[in-house]
Write a protein that binds this ligand. Structure first.
Ligand code: PLP
Length: 361
C-alpha cells in the first residue's frame, strides 16, 4: 500500500498527461509557454479569484506574496508554529519576524481567538495555514485583519479545492498560496505552486517578482526571484484538472468513511461551515511510535505532519519560548496521518482501519 497513490492516478490520466506533455515538447516553449496562462485562467476560475499567478513551488508562492507586500526588517507576521517549515521560513526570508500563536486542539488550525494578543504595532500580516486540507477560521481572521489594517496570506498548500462558507480556499483573503507538490490534492510531477488574489496591483507585483522583479525585459523595477513554474508542470496540472472534480468527491467519500470507521478514535475535527480535501487524514494517538511501528509491520505506511512545532526547531527557536503554544506541542507528539488519496480502495482502507484499531487496543 502506498501513502499517496499517484500510480493509479497516472494510469487513469495517461492519455491526457502524455498528450499535454507531448504538446509542450512539440512547441518547445519550456519557459512561460502557452500552458502557463491557460492554467492560470483555469485555476482562477476554479478557485473564484480574479488573478492567479503560477510559481515555482508552494514555498515560492508564500515568499512572493510576502515580497509583494513590501515587508521591512522588523515587521511581524502572525502565524502558527504547527505547520511545515516553509510557512515561517518565507517570513524570515522576506526579512520579517514570525510571531507564533497556538492552534485549536481539535482542528489543529491557528486559534483565531489568540491572534489579537500576538498583534503589535509592527504586525503587517497574518498567515494562517489551512492544515490537512481544511481552511482555517478565515472569517474571524479577516475580521481581525480588517480591524488592524493587516494583510492575510492563506497558506493553502494543503487545501486547494476546499470549501469555506460557499467559497473556495485561495480566494478568501489578500493572497491565497498553494502548492502542486506531487502528493498535494492537486499535484504536478515536480515542484509547482500558485498565488491567488483579487487585487490587480498585488497580482502585477507577484508577476514581476516571479521574473526577477522585471516590469519589462531587463527593467528590474524591484528585487525579485527566479520563481516561474515550468510549462511542462503547468501542462501536467492542466491534465490533472480534468479529473480533479471527481477526485474531490472521492476524497470526501474516503474521508467520511474514515471518520465513520474510526468513530471513537480521536481525529482532526472538521467544522460544519467548511470541508476538508483531506490532504492528510490525521488521527491523534498516544504512544505514536508504537502505533506507527505496528502499522508498518502490517505494510501500512503512515506519516507525521509535523513531529516538532516550529519554535522547537533549531532554526526557529529564537522566535518563541520553548514552552509557548502548548496545544501545538501536544499535537506534534500525537498526530498520525493515514494513507489517503482519491484512488485508495475500500479494501486498503479497511486494512488501515483494522490495523489501527488493533494497535490501539
Ligand atoms: C503548509 C505548507 N506550506 C508550504 C508548503 C511548501 O510547498 P512546496 O513544497 O510546494 O514548496 C507545504 C508543502 O509541503 C506545506 O504543507
Amino acid at each position: 500500500m502506498q501513502f499517496t497513490d499517484l500510480k493509479t492516478q497516472y494510469a487513469a490520466l495517461k492519455s491526457s498527461v502524455d498528450a499535454r506533455i507531448q504538446r509542450v515538447l512539440d512547441h518547445g516553449q519550456y519557459i512561460m509557454g502557452p500552458e502557463v496562462a491557460e492554467l492560470e485562467g483555469a485555476l482562477a476560475a476554479f478557485a473564484g479569484a480574479k488573478h492567479c499567478v503560477t510559481v515555482a513551488s508552494g514555498t515560492e508562492a508564500l515568499l512572493i506574496a510576502l515580497m509583494a507586500l513590501d515587508l521591512k526588517p522588523g515587521d511581524e507576521v502572525v502565524t502558527t508554529p504547527f505547520t511545515f517549515a516553509a510557512t515561517a521560513e518565507t517570513i524570515v526570508l522576506a526579512g520579517a519576524t514570525p510571531v507564533f500563536v497556538d492552534i485549536e486542539a481539535d482542528t489543529c488550525n491557528i486559534d483565531a481567538s489568540l491572534i489579537e494578543a500576538g498583534i503589535t504595532a509592527k504586525t503587517k500580516a497574518i498567515m494562517p495555514v489551512s492544515l490537512y486540507g481544511q481552511v482555517a477560521d478565515m472569517a474571524a481572521i479577516n475580521a481581525i485583519a480588517a480591524r488592524h489594517g493587516l494583510a492575510v496570506i492563506e497558506d493553502a498548500a494543503q487545501s486547494f479545492g476546499a470549501m469555506y462558507q460557499d467559497r473556495r480556499s485561495c480566494a478568501l483573503s489578500t493572497f491565497g498560496a498553494t502548492s502542486f507538490f506531487p502528493s498535494k490534492p492537486l499535484g504536478c510531477y515536480g515542484d509547482g505552486g500558485a498565488l491567488f488574489t483579487d487585487d490587480a496591483a498585488l497580482a502585477q507585483a507577484a508577476r514581476e517578482i516571479r521574473v526577477h522583479g522585471q516590469s519589462a525585459r531587463y527593467t528590474h523595477t524591484r528585487v525579485g526571484v527566479g520563481g516561474r513554474m515550468d510549462t511542462l508542470q503547468c501542462a501536467v496540472v492542466l491534465a490533472k484538472l480534468e479529473r480533479f472534480g471527481w477526485e474531490l468527491e472521492r476524497r470526501a467519500e474516503i474521508g467520511a468513511r474514515y471518520q465513520q470507521l474510526l468513530a471513537g478514535v480521536e481525529q482532526v475535527a472538521v467544522r460544519p461551515d467548511r470541508n476538508s480535501v483531506w490532504a492528510q487524514f490525521t488521527v491523534l494517538v498516544d504512544e505514536r511510535a508504537a502505533v506507527q511501528a505496528a502499522l508498518k509491520a502490517q505494510g501500512i505506511p503512515t506519516a507525521v505532519h509535523y513531529p516538532l512545532a516550529l519554535h522547537r526547531q533549531p532554526a526557529y527557536a529564537r522566535f518563541g519560548h520553548a514552552d509557548a503554544c502548548p496545544v501545538s506541542l501536544r499535537a506534534a507528539e500525537r498526530v498520525l496521518s493515514l494513507p489517503m488519496s482519491a484512488d485508495l480502495s475500500q479494501a486498503d482502507q479497511d486494512r488501515v482501519v483494522a490495523a489501527l484499531r488493533q494497535a490501539l487496543q
